[in-house]
Design a protein around this ligand. Structure first.
Ligand code: BGC
Length: 781
């Protein structure tokens, strides 16, 4: 393709238009120049390819595709090769449907257990998330399909997901929220990066030259295309300047005229537009050269099962009750027959097949208890108690129903449905040999954990999850997954509790996310980061450090074949700038026969020790090298002298929360960390609404927005048989996405139905300027 020639032959207007897609999933074709359209589809754990009616929240049908375990489970394998194989399989399925770009993987940080999309993300730890995402991308792109790394960046909650402002200090941003992306970009080299909906410190990601050009391209060397999340473009002019290339979904003419005017009046350089056109054309060129290969769906189903087996985490196994020694078992709970195997939203797959726990254990008795939302009746409870008494072992399937976690909204609390808690308690009282198989996308409060003998956490295990669970329960497979996020005892222990799920979240806890907080604060957790049991045992020996290579020998001292995830943490020298007590800097999965030993090696580099202090700098001194089975189960340690520089602690550090971690960080503490006062942003109100305001935000002070809100709710309800049922997760998600969506995004997502001028007019009216609004609607293009 003669890319330069094509660009030269295009008019300015054509170039601007080319940087918005043609429709929901396609770029624009340029038939006269032999440039075809290319298709992009979700998603992170399977292909969501819609050939019919399109949407971004997984409501309309998509073609059957392998539903792999969600990232919560795939991440818990800590197995780069396996996750790369998943990426590759999804790449093949994409190419078979002529899909060029797969919208995934996601590597945002799980900041808080209630994050609605935690199930789509890999970890609370940026090292682990980055390494896994890079592996997925390498696997996927080896097929010729292109990955779109998302959601760049600091997009760790669903509340006000399209216009909230993540307020974060520079060090935390670099060490935690950008670090996973940095690794994934540098080591995975994705063809595209998707910029997130939110703002960071007041600037929309799509407008941010610092994020999309200075950091992503100049510092990290990214040479691909930036696509917006669907409806995330804030301002086309700023976007071009920032290096935001493709506005998706397509179909609108959002800010085309304004952009044209900006070039004509000299406030936007045409070269910025050319650069975006060039990057899109390069992607199209790459896609054109790729050939699809046949897809073996059975093999992909088997791969999905292996990932689910390796990603399931055995949280408890008292008296070695598992693996089962008897066939005299009863399966209890709706989720045994209707497993929760994937999350809701844009990652929702139409699976090629589905194996529930009841399918995989056909000889076990089964009592389905509870409804889709987890409510149980007294009669059901009586029935399960009787069944539990009549069997040697009772296996209860429980967890988070669909309604509890989804793209579009955050979880309301960290608990299971009350019905599930009651069901487990009743069964455990009736039968001391109770095993819980747990489903759900993030940490949960387990009030009954001490009352049951075993807990097997499947996460969201994908379409083969039932078979994987059965194999693990019966011992055909040996559990080896480890948690990629800490499980606090209760939500009250979560440090970001007050500063999460609010419009403009203040990331007050700074770098102390997950175990970085719990371990330094000495908080009791239910299960620590990196934790998971096996049916065998492992011994650690011979820890050595030579230059920057750390070696350790792992031996399987039990009687079964198994795999251990070995973790390497560094602990910083005492008495310098505040740092977590330990940080993950290496991991390896080791498969071992009984009695077998293997030596694993970890290579440390400068970044293993560096902190962000106006640039990456290594505080010199004696570091501890800790090797263990979880962040709280360090088996061996040694020391290592690291040459670096003396970095003095900030003057305010002594006695501050960031040093003591005692209580909660106050706003004053956090402003010191930010390095400047941070004014509290006023709630949007009549007179100051902007194109970033949503209909839901404006409806209480504007009749026109109230009407608009009701019309939207009615239209959405139509696809749900006229019912406005907020307990239906799809309805709730659609309503929130449509009505809490900024006006500018309504224009972008509306496929031409809402023009710029109509939106601007409505905005004027909502701000109380009726006549100006009418004039705007009539006169603007
Ligand atoms: C999601 C993205 C997704 C896109 C397209 C958005 O709502 O945030 O993750 O790729 O829709 O479906």
């Amino acid at each position: 393709m003669d890319i330069k020639g094509i660009i030269q032959s295009m008019t300015l207007q054509e170039k601007i238009a080319f940087c918005t897609g043609a429709d929901f999933w396609h770029t624009k074709a340029l038939p006269k120049k032999d440039v075809p359209a290319i298709m992009m589809c979700d998603g992170p754990h399977g292909l969501r390819c819609q050939k019919g009616e399109a949407d971004m929240i997984g409501v309309n049908k998509s073609l059957p595709a392998t539903c792999f375990p969600a990232a919560v489970t795939a991440g818990a394998t800590w197995n780069r090769e396996l996750y790369a194989a998943e990426g590759e399989a999804i790449g093949r399925e994409a190419l078979a449907e002529e899909v060029a770009v797969v919208l995934g993987p996601g590597c945002n940080i799980k900041r808080n257990p209630l994050g609605g999309r935690n199930f789509e993300y890999l970890s609370e730890d940026p090292y682990l998330a980055g390494k896994m995402a890079a592996a997925f991308i390498r696997g996927q792109q080896s097929t010729g399909a292109v990955s779109s790394l998302k959601h760049f960046a600091a997009n760790s909650q669903e509340y006000k997901r399209q216009n909230g402002d993540s307020q974060i200090d520079q060090r935390t941003l670099r060490e935690i929220y950008l670090a996973a992306f940095e690794t994934a970009v540098k080591e995975g080299n994705p063809g595209t990066v998707m910029c997130a909906y939110n703002k960071i410190n007041g600037t929309h990601c799509s407008d941010s030259k610092v994020l999309l050009t200075d950091i992503l391209r100049t510092e990290w060397g990214f040479d691909g295309m930036v696509v917006t999340d669907w409806g995330a473009l804030n301002d086309r002019i700023k976007g071009f300047r920032a290096g935001c290339d493709l506005n998706m979904p397509g179909g609108s003419r959002f800010m085309e005229q304004a952009t044209l005017d900006a070039v004509k009046n000299g406030t936007l350089s045409e070269a910025d537009i050319d650069a975006s056109v060039e990057r899109i054309l390069k992607l199209v060129e790459k896609a054109q050269a790729v050939k699809a290969k046949p897809v073996d769906f059975d093999a992909h189903h088997a791969l999905a099962q292996t990932i689910a087996e390796q990603g399931a985490v055995l949280l408890k196994n008292e008296s070695g009750i598992l693996p089962l020694q008897t066939k005299n078992v009863v399966l209890i709970g709706r989720m045994a027959g209707k497993m929760r195997y994937q999350g809701s939203g844009s990652s929702h797959i139409n699976p090629t097949k589905l194996v529930n726990l009841t399918d995989a254990m056909p000889d076990a008795s089964y009592i389905p208890c509870g409804d889709a939302q987890g409510a149980v009746t007294e009669a059901e409870l009586q029935e399960v108690v009787n069944a539990a008494k009549a069997h040697k072992i009772a296996i209860v399937a429980a967890g988070l129903p669909d309604l509890y976690e989804s793209e579009g909204f955050d979880r309301e609390h960290m608990g299971l449905p009350e019905g599930h808690n009651r069901m487990i308690e009743a069964v455990a009282e009736a039968n001391p040999n109770t095993v819980v198989v747990l489903f759900g996308g993030s940490a949960m409060e387990l009030s009954w954990a001490n009352k049951v003998k075993a807990i097997l956490y499947m996460g969201l295990p994908g379409q083969a999850g039932g078979q994987a669970a059965a194999n693990l329960l019966t011992g055909k497979a040996n559990p080896s997954g480890k948690l990629t996020e800490s499980w606090p005892v209760s939500y009250g222990d979560v440090i970001s509790k007050e500063a999460f799920g609010v419009r403009n979240p203040e990331y007050r806890e700074g770098i102390y996310v997950g175990y970085r907080y719990y371990d330094k604060a000495g908080k009791v957790v239910r299960y620590p980061f990196g934790y998971g049991l096996s049916y065998t045992q492992f011994a650690y020996s011979g820890l050595k450090v030579e230059n920057r290579t750390v070696t350790v020998t792992i031996t399987n001292t039990g009687s079964r074949r198994g795999a251990e995830v070995v973790q390497l943490y560094i602990a910083p020298p005492k008495g310098c700038i505040f740092r977590p007590e330990k940080e993950l800097k290496g991991f390896a999965r080791v498969d071992l026969e009984p009695g077998e030993s293997k030596t694993v090696a970890f290579e440390l580099d400068c970044r293993s020790f560096a902190i962000w202090n106006d640039g990456w700098k290594i505080p010199g001194g004696t570091y501890q090298i800790l090797v263990g089975a979880s962040s709280r189960d360090i088996r061996l340690e040694t020391e290592m002298d690291v040459r670096g520089e003396a970095i003095s602690a900030p003057a305010w550090q002594e006695g501050s929360w960031y040093e003591t971690l005692s209580g909660k960080p106050s706003r004053e503490d956090w402003e010191r960390l930010m390095g400047h006062p941070v004014p509290i942003q006023p709630e949007p109100k009549k007179g100051s609404f902007t194109m970033d305001s949503s209909c839901a935000e404006m409806k209480d002070s504007s009749l026109i927005m109230k009407i608009q809100y009701n019309v939207t709710a009615n239209i959405i309800a139509k696809s749900f048989g006229g019912k406005k049922d907020l307990s239906d997760p799809s309805y709730r998600m659609m309503l929130l996405c449509a009505t809490d969506c900024p006006l500018r995004a309504v224009v972008i997502n509306g496929n031409g139905a809402m023009t710029d001028s109509l939106a601007q007019g409505l905005l004027c009216i909502a701000n109380g300027k009726f006549f100006q609004g009418i004039k705007c609607m009539c006169t603007r293009g």
